[in-house]
Design a protein around this ligand. Structure first.
Ligand SMILES: Cc1ncc(COP(=O)(O)O)c(C=O)c1O
Ligand SMILES: N[C@@H](CCOP(=O)(O)O)C(=O)O
Length: 471
């Protein structure tokens, strides 16, 4: 399997190389040159498989040629059978007739990020050990990616991990999940800015790595890394098969920020899974909703909401969708992205936008409605939603095209991570931290507050990495 850049001029890479990359050298994002496609019969034959075996079938075509089959199977077994606390890995809970949530929060850090980052840690360990290479992981988080990346990669022998989070803009639980994991290769930086600032610094650092003076290279843990998206495709197949797919279509509503999780659903559909509708569910930071509903992609000032993990304005994976909407013409997309850089706003040809609208709908939910939804769903079904999932459920209810088709909202985080929203909702319950995190608030934290400056961040990384530790 080869991977190509959305901007058309970076070299094509194999899986191992793409795993060890962030942005492509031309500023684009890597995507498979040819997406694997499964027949209806093949997908139907996967009914009843364990999550691990399903994950193997869906993902192996992406890694083939880089990771031997047995090694990949071992990694998947270790990931999904050892690290997740629910036997079903991603259980489905029914809210109403044909209305479901898929709980993606039974991994160690209680968010959907564990599905990919638990695997990514194992993949990195495997590949770096083989290559005798030491790398620097540089990631940005609005709260969930950070802890999942640290948890997933902390046992990797050959990495230094630097995670940037917006200072005072993640929940206390999220911050403590990141900052209480200590180790001389783990560095949490609280940036005096917002998530977009953190993400921008990460992307600029990937674009020019000269600050590392050739001693190491950067690897991404955000969804700009293809391996993140790849692992997130699997649970769409899992949900569909559990609900009668591929013999019937299923729709999904996805709480969206960086567009990675919903892009994985879009790929599942292109790989042959019958998906009727994908709902882009946003909070007040509704740039993606404005694109889907008005064909206008234009960043505005970032709002701080009760769903902080989606306080994102510049949405990384949107470019991967645009690449397809532009007929996979890298040159045309590079021009479009250049015009976006100049004009800070983009609209695409009407026929391209209408092609996207065939599959995608969107909705935006404010804090008040988020709280109302948490309470209403708890009263109806005793399922306590986190604020991001509540946005997904409300958006699904607003945008649903066909009530006879099952609608699955991705429950992207456990409510215990967001006590403020749960309390404000008036649901009258306060979820408890699971056993492995029960003493989280007594654990000692370690992080560095740092100014919102690329130079300051890069100097920190340079000074604190074990860059001479090449094996
Ligand atoms: C809990 C939660 N829900 C939803 C999202 C949005 O996912 P994506 O960025 O893949 O759109 C995130 C993070 O981005 C998140 O942490
Ligand atoms: N919501 C994320 C933001 C980063 O998104 P990613 O999927 O690109 O890593 C977070 O919680 O950190």
């Amino acid at each position: 399997m080869k991977y190509i850049s959305t901007r058309g001029s970076a070299p094509a890479l194999n899986f191992e190389e793409v795993l060890l990359t962030g942005l492509a050298s031309d500023g684009g994002l890597y995507v498979p040159e040819v997406l694997p496609r499964f027949t209806h019969e093949e997908i139907a034959s996967w009914a009843g498989l364990s999550y691990t075996d399903l994950a193997f079938n869906v993902m192996y075509p992406f890694v083939e040629g880089s990771i031997p089959e047995m090694d990949f199977r071992d990694m998947l077994r270790d990931t999904y059978e050892e690290s997740f606390s629910h036997k079903a890995v991603a259980p489905l809970t029914q809210l109403d007739r044909n209305e479901w949530v898929m709980e993606l929060f039974h991994g160690p850090t209680l968010a959907f990020k564990d599905f990919a980052l638990q695997l990514l840690g194992r993949l990195l360990d495997y590949v770096l050990e083989k290559r005798k290479e030491h790398v620097v992981i540089l990631g940005a988080t609005s709260g969930d990616t950070g802890s999942a990346a640290i948890e997933g990669c902390r046992r990797c022998k050959n990495v230094d991990i630097f995670i940037l989070h917006p200072h005072n803009r993640v929940s206390d639980v999220q911050r403590k999940q990141m900052t209480t994991i200590t180790g001389d290769n783990i560095h949490n930086l609280a940036v005096e800015g917002n998530f977009d600032d953190c993400q921008q610094m990460v992307k600029e650092s990937f674009g020019d790595q000269s600050f590392l003076e050739g001693k190491s290279r950067l690897v991404a843990v955000n969804s700009i890394n293809w391996a993140r998206i790849m692992a997130q495709i699997v649970y769409y197949f899992h949900a569909s098969l559990a609900l009668g797919g591929p013999h019937r279509s299923v729709s999904f509503s996805v709480p969206t920020g960086n567009f990675g999780d919903i892009f994985a659903g879009y790929l599942a559909r292109n790989m042959g899974l019958p998906i009727n509708q994908l709902v882009v569910a946003t909070n007040k930071n509704d740039i993606l909703h404005r694109f889907i509903s008005e064909n206008k992609y234009s960043p505005e000032a970032l709002h701080h909401t009760l769903s902080p993990s989606m306080d994102i304005m510049v949405s990384s994976n949107f470019e991967r969708l645009l690449f397809d909407l532009y007929g996979r013409d890298g040159k045309a997309l590079a021009e479009l992205m250049a015009s976006f850089k100049t004009d800070a706003s983009v609209s695409i040809d009407d026929y391209r936008w209408k092609a996207a609208r065939k599959l995608f709908d969107s909705f935006t939910v404010d804090d008040e409605k988020t709280c109302q939804t948490i309470k209403a769903v708890f009263d109806e079904s005793e399922e306590l939603l986190d604020p991001h999932t509540a946005i997904g459920v409300e958006s699904a209810r607003q945008c649903r095209r066909d009530a006879s088709i099952p609608m699955v909202t991705l429950a992207t985080a456990h409510p215990v991570k967001f006590p403020e929203a749960v309390e404000k909702s008036g649901a009258g319950v306060s979820p408890e931290l699971p056993h492995h995190l029960s003493d989280l608030f007594e654990r000692e934290e370690s992080y560095t507050v740092i100014e919102n400056s690329l130079e300051a961040v890069q100097s920190y990384v340079k000074a604190h990495g074990n860059h001479d530790k090449a094996l």
